[in-house]
Design a protein. Structure first.
Length: 248
């Protein structure tokens, strides 16, 4: 039986671990040919190999989203050699937390360069491909922090809030060409960082959730796959929180 995303090509940035890796795996299981990208090629070769071992289709590419020329070159090469680009998942991101009054300008610039400028650098060439195809799905991974704020993360919150505005503006520009643009905002997701919490910290965190468990990368990936498919063809400009009720 044909899978929903058979014949589609999907590119995932920051696909070496966590949410990006889960998205790459889930999109491949839905039938897409997945381009797994990361700043370091070695970091995503294993993810692509795992997809192939499972019977899926994937390739690995080095992509530093802060480099606009490299971003354009990778997108153009993917579209040329794989037959288009139908799904883009902008997931690459970093943190460099510090209380605002102590935050160095370099920290501010570094986080925005990857988390916000990087989305621009990859999306612009991807949108050009999708406009020619008259078809596409752009999915931006933001964060509930971009909606609610968080102490010590002024740079990260600003970048993630910027993605929300970017998503809505681009959705209005591209909707007439059968291209949807949406964002997914994860809350507390199981990562190495949350595993390092003390039991007291963990219980305090869980008490803030309507669904008293941490999310998983797979929880986020499931929404990304939905937004990539036919069932989401009339959804655009939306921010879907995957946060267990942390932010409502």
């Amino acid at each position: 039986m044909e899978k929903e995303l058979s014949g589609k090509v999907a590119l995932v940035t920051g696909a070496s671990q966590g949410i990006g890796e889960a998205c790459a795996l889930a999109l491949a299981r839905a039938g897409a040919t997945v381009v797994c990208t990361s700043r370091r090629l070695a970091a995503v070769e294993g993810v692509a190999a795992r997809i192939v071992e499972e019977g899926g289709s994937a390739v690995a590419r080095a992509l530093d989203v802060t480099d606009p020329e490299q971003a354009a070159a990778v997108v153009e090469e993917v579209a040329r050699t794989l037959g288009g680009l139908h799904v883009l998942v902008n997931n690459a991101g970093i943190t460099d937390d510090q209380l605002f009054v102590r935050m160095k300008p370099e920290s501010w610039r570094k986080v925005l360069a990857t988390n916000l400028d990087g989305v621009f650098h990859v999306t612009q060439p991807a949108a050009r491909v999708m406009l020619k195809q008259k078809e596409g799905r752009i999915i931006n991974i933001t964060s509930v922090v971009g909606l609610s704020g968080n102490p010590g993360q002024a740079n990260y919150a600003a970048a993630k809030a910027g993605i929300v505005g970017f998503t809505k503006a681009l959705a209005r520009e591209l909707g007439s060409r059968n291209i949807t643009v949406n964002a997914v905002a994860p809350g507390y997701i199981q990562t190495a960082m949350t595993e390092a919490l003390t039991e007291e910290q963990r219980q305090r965190l869980l008490a803030s959730l309507a669904i008293p468990r941490l999310g998983t990368p797979e929880d986020v990936a499931a929404v990304v796959v939905f937004l990539s498919g036919k069932g989401a063809s009339y959804i655009t400009g939306e921010v879907i929180n995957v946060s267990g009720g942390l932010y409502m």
